[in-house]
Design a protein around this ligand. Structure first.
Ligand code: HEM
Length: 428
C-alpha cells in the first residue's frame, strides 16, 4: 500500500505547462497528495511567478531568505488583505491583525519581546516531565488497543495539552481549544467557504470570551511567573511592556493556536513518512532502542531527525508578505503593494541548498530549512516544537518499531497547513 503519491518525473513540456498554469486559488485535486513536482516545476521555470490575481509566488530558498531578511520592505501587516477577506472590525480581522505574526515593528517588537521573555528555557524545560508522562500514557492506550489513529490518538492529542500546560489552562476547560484553533487558522486558507468563515468568526468570539475570564482570574490569583507563561505575560504589562487588553487576549489566542496544528502535523507527517522510508525508520528505531529514553545522548540525533521531518514535509507550507515599496526579488521587479506568497515547502526542497532534496535523510547536517520561517518573525516556539517532536516521535518508535498503516492516510486537503486528518495504524 502506498501512503503518499509518488509521481514519476514530469516531462519538460508538462513541467512548463504546470508552471505556466499555476494558480494558488485553483489547485488541482492531486496537488494536495504531492505538491513537490509542481513546486519543482515552478522553482526551475518561474521561481518568481506572477499569479492571475496579481500576487507573486516564490519558490527558491535564496529568494525566500532575501524577503524574510528585508522586513523594512516586506511587511507582515495584513490589514490591507484581511479587511476585504473578513470585513474590517470582524472578530477574525481583529484577531489576525492584532497577533504579533501579522504585525510590523514597533507593535511586533514589543509583543515578541514579552513572549520570548515568557517562553524561557526554564518554562519549556518544566514542560518536559508532563510531556513524557502524557506521551507514555497515550502509548499505553495504543498498546492496549493494538493500534488506532496516528493523528487522533497520538499526534493531535499532544500539542493541545502542552500548550494548555504552558498557559496553565485548567484541564477541564481544554475541550474546545483544538476546534477553535483549527477553525481560526483554517480561515487563513487562500479560498474560504462561507461556512468556514462563519465558524472562524464564531471561534474567535468564543475563544476571546473564554480567555477574558481566564485572564481576569489570573489577575486575581496570579500563578508563579517562573513557571506560568500567562502570569508572566500579564505581569509583563506592569513591567513597561504594556499590552492593551485586546493585544493580550489576541496574542494568547495566537500562542495557543500557533503550536497546535503545526506540531500535530510535524508528528503525524513524520510517522507517516517513516512508512515510506523503511531504511530511515530502521535507523531511527535502532537509535532510540539503543539508548534509555531520557538519555541526553539521544537529543542531538533526534533533533537532526526532527529538523529533517520539518524540511521534508513542512507543517506550514506558505507564508505571506506585502511590499511596502517597489523592489526586486530574484531578478524580477515587484511593484509597491505586491502581495508575495513564500512557499516554504518548495524552498525546503531546493537543490541549490539541499543535496538530494527529495530524499528523507534523518542524519542530514547543516539543515537550513525554513519550516520555522526566518528573520524577525522566526517561530517563537521552535524549541518547544522540537522538544515535542523529539519526545513524541522518539518514544513512539521505541515502543512500536513495527507499527504499520492499515489504510491510506487521509489528508487535511489544505495548501497552507500540510498534514493528515486520519492515519489508521496497527502495532501488532
Ligand atoms: C512544528 C511546529 C511549528 C512550526 C512548523 C511553526 C512555524 C512557524 C512559522 C513558519 C512562523 C513564522 C511566520 C512568518 O514569518 O510569517 C512561526 C511563527 C510563530 N510561532 Fe511557530 N511553529 C511551530 C510551533 C510553534 C509553537 C509550539 C509555538 C508556541 C509556543 C509557536 C509560536 C509561534 C509564534 C509566537 C510565532 C510568531 C513569531 C513572530 O511573529 O515574531 N510556534 N511559526
Amino acid at each position: 500500500m502506498t501512503a503518499l503519491a509518488i509521481t514519476p518525473p514530469m516531462t519538460e513540456a508538462r513541467a512548463r505547462e504546470v508552471a505556466a498554469g499555476f494558480d494558488l486559488r485553483a489547485l488541482p485535486p492531486d496537488f494536495y497528495a504531492n505538491p513537490y513536482p509542481v513546486y519543482a516545476a515552478l522553482r526551475e521555470r518561474e521561481p518568481v511567478r506572477a499569479m492571475p490575481d496579481g500576487s507573486w509566488f516564490l519558490t527558491r530558498h535564496a529568494d525566500l531568505v532575501a524577503v524574510y531578511r528585508d522586513a523594512a520592505c516586506f511587511s507582515s501587516d495584513k490589514k490591507v488583505e484581511f479587511a476585504p477577506k473578513y470585513g474590517a472590525g470582524s472578530p477574525l480581522f481583529e484577531h489576525h491583525t492584532t497577533s504579533l505574526v501579522f504585525n510590523d515593528p514597533p507593535l511586533h517588537t514589543r509583543v515578541r519581546k514579552l513572549i520570548m521573555g515568557a517562553l524561557t528555557r526554564r518554562a519549556i524545560a518544566d514542560l518536559e516531565p508532563g510531556l513524557v508522562q502524557l506521551v507514555e500514557g497515550l502509548l499505553d492506550g495504543i498498546e492496549a488497543k493494538g493500534g488506532g489513529d496516528l493523528i487522533e490518538d497520538f499526534a493531535a492529542a499532544i500539542p493541545v495539552e502542552i500548550i494548555g500546560n504552558l498557559l496553565d489552562v485548567p484541564h477541564a476547560e481544554r475541550g474546545p481549544l483544538r476546534g477553535w484553533s483549527l477553525a481560526i487558522l483554517g480561515a487563513l486558507e487562500p479560498r474560504l467557504s462561507p461556512e468556514q468563515e462563519a465558524l472562524g468568526q464564531r471561534s474567535v468570539r468564543e475563544f476571546t470570551d473564554y480567555l477574558r475570564r481566564l485572564v481576569a482570574q489570573r489577575r486575581r490569583r496570579p500563578g508563579d511567573p517562573e513557571h506560568d507563561v500567562l502570569t508572566r505575560l500579564i505581569q509583563g504589562e506592569a513591567a513597561g511592556e504594556r499590552l492593551s487588553e485586546s493585544e493580550l487576549l489576541q496574542n494568547c489566542v495566537f500562542i495557543l493556536n500557533a503550536g497546535h496544528e503545526t506540531t500535530t502535523n510535524l508528528i503525524g507527517n513524520a510517522l507517516v513518512a517513516l512508512q515510506e522510508w523503511p531504511g530511515e525508520r530502521e535507523r531511527l528505531s535502532a537509535l532510540v532502542t539503543r539508548h534509555a529514553p531520557g538519555d541526553p545522548a539521544l537529543e542531538p540525533p533526534l533533533t537532526l531527525a526532527v529538523d529533517e521531518f520539518l524540511r521534508f514535509e513542512s507543517s506550514n507550507q506558505l507564508g505571506n508578505r506585502r511590499a511596502l515599496r517597489a523592489c526586486e526579488v530574484g531578478g524580477v521587479s515587484l511593484p509597491e503593494g505586491a502581495l508575495v506568497t513564500l512557499c516554504i515547502g518548495a524552498a525546503n526542497r531546493d537543490p541549490a541548498l539541499f543535496d538530494d532534496p527529495d530524499t528523507l535523510n534523518l542524519a542530514r547536517e547543516d539543515n537550513r530549512h525554513l519550516a520555522f520561517g526566518f528573520g524577525i518573525h522566526q517561530c517563537a516556539g521552535l524549541s518547544l516544537a522540537r522538544l515535542e517532536g523529539r519526545i513524541a516521535i522518539g518514544r513512539f518508535l521505541r515502543r512500536f518499531p513495527d507499527y504499520r498503516l492499515t489504510a491510506p492516510p487521509e489528508r487535511g486537503g489544505r495548501a497552507r497547513f500540510r498534514g493528515f486528518l486520519h492515519a489508521p495504524f496497527a502495532v501488532r
